[in-house]
Write a protein that binds this ligand. Structure first.
Ligand code: SF4
Length: 336
């Protein structure tokens, strides 16, 4: 497969047509801390705090940020695996938040999840032919052709049909993730949330899985939300990248723009943390220091101001608006 050519075509496709699959408005998820309730006072953990962005059909939108920034919670909210505190999710013209259990169950075949840990996400007592067929059974699909469909899917992800009767423990980590991807594809979804899908794999296997995901995207016309903490992994697969900090999106742009011309000081700091292949080459970008503040009591104003080398007075009191600073380049920072 020619990855770059394929990626170019996908990029051209979605920028030309700009058809939106998801529109997310003011999405929030605040968890109530039990510890807080124990002391008689409600404590809110603002895991996701007011997201506004769109996802285009056929694109891969990468989401990056440090641990605890709310990226995994965002993925689960978009699939309604957890309920939002507030906000709107429009999925292909359907108001996802208003769906009752029955309609939501029907919708679920249109979006699926690929999990981080291929060792934990497959039932060890089931043969892989049953694991992959399970979503078809749940949604009543391919009744007479299930075996053929399972074989086709396993073939599409690079697993031989001669392994149909094997159990998950008989496969390597990379093979298990391939089986997890086949299962995610079984109900013909349009949208897949991949939550750190290669984080548990060896570096040599990571590239194979990313290439496979690229191939499958072209073959099945998929749209991905790809969550990762590793910026080089996200850059490899994403058309656009959203950077999250303390439950908020702070920057969103085409992948190349994020890497070549990052606007937000947090994005600049994240990029400067990527090791350079040549130790002689010096980077002038900012270094990120200090810990991420608690989402229970995030700093007032810009939540990054306690770590930002460019912070000024206004940053401590006024929350910067997430807005389009340049064409298709969004950022939340008072510098722009
Ligand atoms: Fe830094 Fe202020 Fe911009 Fe926040 S708004 S990123 S503190 S300059």
């Amino acid at each position: 497969m020619n990855d770059l050519k394929q990626k170019d075509e996908i990029q051209k496709g979605f920028y030309q047509h700009k058809e939106k699959l998801l529109k997310i408005k003011n999405l929030k998820k605040h968890f109530i801390s039990q510890k807080g309730l124990f002391f008689g006072k409600e404590v809110r953990v603002k895991a996701v705090d007011g997201l506004n962005f769109d996802i285009y059909k056929g694109e891969t939108l990468g989401i990056v940020g440090e641990s605890g920034c709310g990226k995994s919670t965002t993925g689960r909210l978009l699939l309604r695996l957890i309920e939002a505190t507030e906000g709107e999710i429009d999925f292909d013209g359907i108001d996802l938040m208003s769906l009752g259990e029955r309609k939501l169950k029907k919708m679920r075949r249109r979006f699926q999840m690929v999990f981080q840990d291929p060792f934990a996400s497959l039932n060890p007592r089931m043969k892989i032919k049953h694991i992959v067929a399970e979503p078809m059974k749940t949604h009543g699909l391919y009744k007479d052709k299930r075996k053929k469909k399972v074989e086709e899917l396993l073939e599409a992800v690079g697993i031989s049909r001669s392994y149909l009767n094997r159990y998950p423990h008989e496969f390597s980590g990379g093979q298990r993730q391939r089986i997890g991807i086949a299962r995610a594809l079984a109900a013909d979804p349009q949208f897949i949330v991949a939550d750190e899908p290669v984080a548990a794999l060896d570096v040599s296997i990571q590239a194979q899985i990313l290439n496979l995901m690229n191939d499958l995207q072209a073959e099945f016309g998929l749209t991905y939300l790809f969550i990762a903490h590793d910026l080089s992994v996200v850059q490899y697969i994403s058309d656009r990248i959203g950077v999250m900090y303390l439950g908020k999106m702070v920057e969103l742009a085409a992948s190349d723009l994020i890497y070549d011309k990052p606007l937000h000081p947090y994005t600049q700091a994240l990029l400067s943390a990527i090791p350079l292949p040549d130790p002689e080459v010096k980077t002038e970008r900012e270094r990120l220091t200090g810990e991420v503040p608690s989402p229970i009591n995030p700093p007032a104003g810009c939540s990054f101001h306690t770590r930002c080398p460019h912070a000024f007075e206004r940053c401590q009191t006024e929350t910067p608006e997430f807005r389009e600073v340049e064409e298709n380049h969004f950022a939340a920072c008072h510098l722009y």
